[in-house]
Design a protein around this ligand. Structure first.
Ligand code: F6P
Length: 323
């Protein structure tokens, strides 16, 4: 490995910069040249490379977003697009590629490897935490903290007015943020993509809460929940239950921004180091993760196709705690 390229792709996540820094510093430490690819796979197709030196990544450890920018590339989903990307890597004389991103990013990286045999290592960066092969993804902790901060504020006003709030959080296919934030903010219920729930069951929970003198209530709804999101659930609850004045808050992209937490900075730094070390050891077509505090490599195909399950114990306990 004489030259490694690094890119960020898909939805950005706080801590991606710390991972880029980890990659660059580990390259420099091992006297491997490092180039950044701008704008994800779109930039790779266009050959948008820039040499990264040891000081190119100074003061970015605590910065949100990604200095390399990101994209959701349609062209990379095509055979021609991936061929162009491979040719650009060849022209630049890159020996290995590190992609920081989520499910879509890794699906693309795996196909690039299958079609062209190009050594790729994935670093899990997504606030959704929905990747098999790692306990936590980069950005998940920070995003959850952002949700908790927002919900604590909503709680103040909800309580003053005896209101019920439906708070929608990110998570198209996974309820990790919703479940964690729900427990951390004392939500009365969490609505998740992984779980079939009914409006009647939710109303029962709300009624019980009101009977036991809950003055305000928060329901956290993952955007991909099975009932259609916070507005839809609020509407359907209101049709049948009038116990509370209800409001809806959709937190949106504030969840993706902000300075990464200490946890995310450390996780991202470790994964950045391990991704370069993995490539140097001849690993390819794998994702590096941390399981039980131990660096682990999982085949990209597995990381993409296997479903990471919610912690059912956490789910069970959150029901006990929310009565
Ligand atoms: O995958 C991360 C994520 O933030 C999801 O939770 C969300 O559904 C999606 O990205 C939003 O993507 P975009 O910023 O492209 O609208």
């Amino acid at each position: 490995m004489k030259k490694i390229a690094v890119l960020t792709s898909g939805g950005d996540a706080p801590g991606m910069n710390a991972a880029i820094r980890g990659v660059v510093r580990t390259c420099v430490y091992n006297e491997v040249e490092c180039v950044g690819v701008f704008q994800g796979y779109d930039g790779l197709i266009q050959g948008d490379f820039k040499r990264l030196h040891v000081r190119s990544v100074s003061k970015i450890l605590g910065r949100g977003g990604t200095i390399l920018k990101s994209s959701r590339s349609d062209e990379f989903r095509t055979v021609e697009g991936r061929k162009k990307a491979f040719m650009a890597l060849q022209r630049e004389k890159v020996d290995g590629l590190i992609v920081i991103g989520g499910n879509g990013t890794f699906a693309g990286a795996h196909v690039l490897y299958e079609e062209h045999g190009f050594p790729v290592i994935g670093v899990p960066g997504t606030i959704d935490n929905d990747l098999y092969g790692t306990d936590n993804t980069i950005g998940y902790d920070t995003a959850t903290n952002s949700v908790v901060e927002a919900v604590d504020k909503i709680r103040d006003t909800a309580n003053s007015h005896n209101r019920l709030f439906f708070v929608e959080v990110m998570g198209r296919d996974a309820g990790f943020i919703a479940l964690r934030a729900g427990m951390a903010t004392g939500a009365i219920a969490v609505m998740l993509p992984e779980q079939k729930q009914s409006i009647d069951a939710l109303i029962q929970v709300l009624e019980k809460g009101a009977e036991s003198k809950k003055t305000s209530s928060i329901v956290i709804v993952a955007e991909g929940d099975m009932l259609g999101g916070a507005y839809e659930i609020a509407k359907r609850v209101n049709e049948k239950y009038s116990g509370y004045d209800t409001k809806v808050a959709v937190l949106g992209h504030i969840q993706r921004g902000g300075a990464p937490s200490a946890w995310d900075r450390v996780l991202a730094s470790r994964l950045g180091v391990s991704s370069v070390e993995g490539l140097m050891m001849g690993r390819k077509d794998e994702m590096v993760g941390v399981i039980n505090d131990q660096e682990t490599f999982t085949a990209l195909e597995q990381a993409v196709t296997m479903k990471k399950m919610l912690n059912v114990e956490e789910l069970r306990m959150s029901k006990i705690l929310s009565i």
